[in-house]
Design a binder for this molecule. Structure first.
Ligand code: GLN
Length: 456
């Protein structure tokens, strides 16, 4: 904990930690030490971690990287973080992210962007750590903490993990409680571990998983011993390779990485099979209808009345002006764009054409996966991202869709509710890490984690 606190202070330039809690960390470390000495040692006991700003932490600022929650200190603790503290983990502070987890580069944050600890060889421009869990990825990658929490609605754990050379696991929808996690798109959001190794991901998932009476979508499904499942034996596992993920114009380095992943799994005794997930190309448009629709509804609660930012009233202002001013001042441009798209696709004249249609596409995408699994595929291997990390300011700008394209390999998993993991599996010529994604069967995290070991 001491070493992490020192490292965090020396790494302010990364802008990864937005709230530091060193006194709390030292007190928690002392308590963990006492538990260890008493022989009561859960796996996370004494492990210093960072928490994405999207998690409510009692008495500690949780702003979801938005001005509309400026200075908000929740009066309660999220279930995921509560479980970490119950297990003896140590909180170092809160981590930067895209505003309300909307983004793929951490550039929509009200705290400003995070700089990745990585650089392209011979090019000193700061790179994105990915998003939305960019602070978590940068902090773990730069050794500021041993692990961090992330959340993943369309790739926000896996894409930043891939961009920074760490492991990121999105659990099955319902595996971890969403209680106390600021809602973005409730039918897609899942919390999960961001760690240095697959084994660490197994250990951290163990601590945070399981049914919670406070979240009716958390599942009453037994939580297996994830670490015990890491035998390293993948012989006879059938790994599907979906042809629809072979995109036109995909960089050769991503093609090569995927081939390397297939070879690693085959060398370890797995069987590689070609599969088809025919509705894949509709996933990104469906996601960018469903996620904003749910966001527009979830974000209606930020009205300047109950908590967070309240705009200065002008003479003659009424209640509606208060709402409008507070939301105009408090939300950033990307959040406003999502709220407007969401309100549009849910509106009476367009609901059938957009929202309902996207929901039908979602069902087809889920069926694609079910059919592959029913046909005997155990897991599916794809690249985690269509490229390596890009420079801050390089993508997006006036063209939000260019940024959305980052999520092309990750959103399918959220639409289908499946678990998936991003594992660092190589470097490109510029010396940047690249990640492979393994997609598992529902509730199959134990087998998925074991498969992932073969890629490390
Ligand atoms: N990049 C995606 C988006 O902006 C996913 C974000 C996430 O998973 N939270 O919606």
């Amino acid at each position: 904990t001491d070493a992490c606190i020192t490292a965090i202070d020396a790494a302010d330039a990364l802008n990864a930690f937005v709230t530091k809690t060193p006194e709390k960390a030292l007190a928690m470390a002392d308590a963990a030490d006492a538990r260890l000495k008493a022989g009561d040692a859960p796996a996370m006991c004494g492990v210093p971690v960072g928490i994405k700003d999207l998690f409510c932490t009692e008495g500690v600022r949780a702003q979801a990287a938005s001005d509309i929650l400026r200075g908000f200190k929740p009066p309660y603790e999220s279930t995921v973080t509560r479980r970490l503290w119950d297990d003896g983990a140590v909180m170092l502070g809160k981590l930067n992210m895209d505003e309300f987890a909307m983004g793929s580069s951490n550039e929509t944050s009200a705290y400003g962007p995070v700089a990745s600890p990585w650089r392209r060889r011979g090019d000193n421009r700061p790179l994105t750590p990915g998003g939305s869990s960019g602070g978590s990825a940068a902090a773990v990658s730069a050794d500021l903490c041993l692990a961090a929490t992330g959340t993943d609605t369309g790739g926000s754990i896996r894409q930043p993990a891939a961009f920074t050379g760490i492991v990121g696991l999105k659990p099955t929808y319902g595996r971890c409680s969403r209680w106390g996690v600021v809602a973005f798109a409730s039918s897609l959001d899942q919390a999960g571990p961001m760690t240095k190794t697959v084994r660490d991901a197994a250990i951290m998932l163990q601590a945070i998983a399981g049914e919670d009476a406070k979240d009716s979508t958390s599942a009453p499904i037994p939580v297996p011993d994830f670490e015990a499942a890491l035998t390293g034996d993948v012989r006879g596992r059938r790994i599907g390779v979906p042809k629809e993920y072979r995109l036109d114009g995909m960089p050769a380095e991503i093609e090569a990485l995927w081939a390397k992943g297939r070879a690693m799994l085959a060398d370890a005794g797995a069987e590689i099979v070609d599969i088809s997930l025919p509705h894949t190309k509709y996933a990104l448009p469906a996601y960018y209808i469903i996620a904003p629709a749910e966001a527009s509804s979830n974000l209606a609660r930020y009205d300047g009345v109950r908590y967070g930012l309240r705009a200065e009233l002008q003479p003659g202002d009424d209640m509606t002006d208060l709402y409008e001013r507070s939301r105009a001042e408090g939300f950033g441009a990307e959040v406003k764009r999502r709220v407007m798209i969401g309100a549009y696709v849910l509106s009476a004249g367009y609901y059938d054409a957009y929202y309902l249609r996207a929901q039908k596409v979602r069902t087809l995408i889920r069926r694609d996966f079910e059919q592959a699994f029913d046909a005997g595929v155990d897991a599916i291997l794809t690249p985690a991202t269509p490229s390596a990390a890009f420079a801050l300011g390089e993508v997006g700008g006036d063209d939000p869709v260019a940024m959305y394209l980052n999520d092309v390999f990750t959103v399918t998993v959220n639409l289908a509710g499946l678990p998936a993991i991003s594992v660092p599996a190589g470097m490109n010529e510029a010396g940047l890490p690249l990640g492979l994604q393994l997609i598992g069967q529902p509730w199959g995290e134990a087998a998925l984690l074991n498969d992932a070991c073969a890629l490390e």
